[in-house]
Design a protein around this ligand. Sequence first.
Ligand SMILES: Nc1ncnc2c1ncn2[C@@H]1O[C@H](COP(=O)(O)OP(=O)(O)O)[C@@H](O)[C@H]1O
Ligand SMILES: [Mg+2]
Length: 272
Amino acid sequence: MDMLQINNLTKKFGKSNVALDNLSLNIRKGEVFGLLGPNGAGKTTLIRLLIGLIKPTSGTAQISYNGEYYDIHRDIMKIRERASMLPQEAEVYENLTARENILYYGQIYGNMTNEEVEKRTEELIDMIGLRGRENDVTKEFSGGMKRKVLVARALVMDPDLVFLDEPTTGIDILGARTVRNVIKKLSKELHKTIILTTHDLSEVGELCDRVGILVKGRLAAVGTPDELEEKFQKAGIEDVFIGLTTGEGVIEEDFLSKGKKQTLFSRILKRR
Ligand SMILES: Nc1ncnc2c1ncn2[C@@H]1O[C@H](COP(=O)(O)OP(=O)(O)O)[C@@H](O)[C@H]1O
Ligand SMILES: [Mg+2]
C-alpha cells in the first residue's frame, strides 16, 4: 500500500516563480525515496508542503497511516503526529549534550511520558552510534556527529515517515558516510519510510529504493536507480540531462561540469 499519494501538487511563490509544477507521485510504505535535483528544483518546497509548513497553490497529498488517509489540507496535525522532518538548516543546541538535545526534543513534542522519552533517547543513542559521547556538549562535535544527533532528535517521537532534507550536505566525507549508514539502519532495522533529498548522485544509488529527479519543480524521471541507469544510458546521460534543463544548464553546472560526464550513473550502480 502506498504511504504517500501526491496529486497534481503546485506551489507558486508570487506570480511567476513556480517552485512545484503539477507534481504527482506515490511513495510506498517502507521505501527509501530519494528526491534528486539541483538547487532550486523544489525539493525543500515539496517537503514543506507535505508537513504543512506551507500551503499548496493547488493540488493535494494524502498520507496513509494504518489504513487511514490524512489530507494535507485537512489533517495536518494528524500527519505531524507520525511524520518527522530534519530540516536542511537544522542545528544542534551546542551548549547541550547529545543526550540532552534528544531528550529535549522528545519532551517538547508532547506525545510521550518522560519515561518513554528517556527510554527512546537511550535506544537512539545506541542505534545511531552516539554511545560514549552522549554526555559530551555538542559544541565540540564534528559535522558528522552533529548530524547524527539531529537525526536522532528527528526520530525521538518514533515517526512512521521521516523527511531528511539534504542530510549529508555540508559535512566531510567520513561524516556523510556515517550518516548514510544511519539512514540504511533506519530503513532496514526500523522499517521507516524515508524521503530524503540530495544533489549527490552517488548517494541515491547507495541508499534509495527509488529516485525522483526533480528539475524546476517537475518530476523529470522516477524509477529505481537501475531503471534510471538503463533509461539514461539508452538516451545518453548528457543528452537527457541537458534536455531536462531546457537549455539553461542548471544540471550541467551542478552535475556535468567537473569531468563527471561519463561516470554519473555508473557510479550509482557501483556504490550499491
Ligand atoms: N519562502 C519562499 N519564498 C519565495 N520563494 C521561495 C520560497 N521558498 C522557496 N522558494 C523558491 O522556490 C524554488 C524552489 O526552492 P526549494 O524548494 O528551496 O529548492 P531546493 O530545495 O530543491 O533547492 C526556488 O526558486 C526558490 O527560490
Ligand atoms: Mg532545499
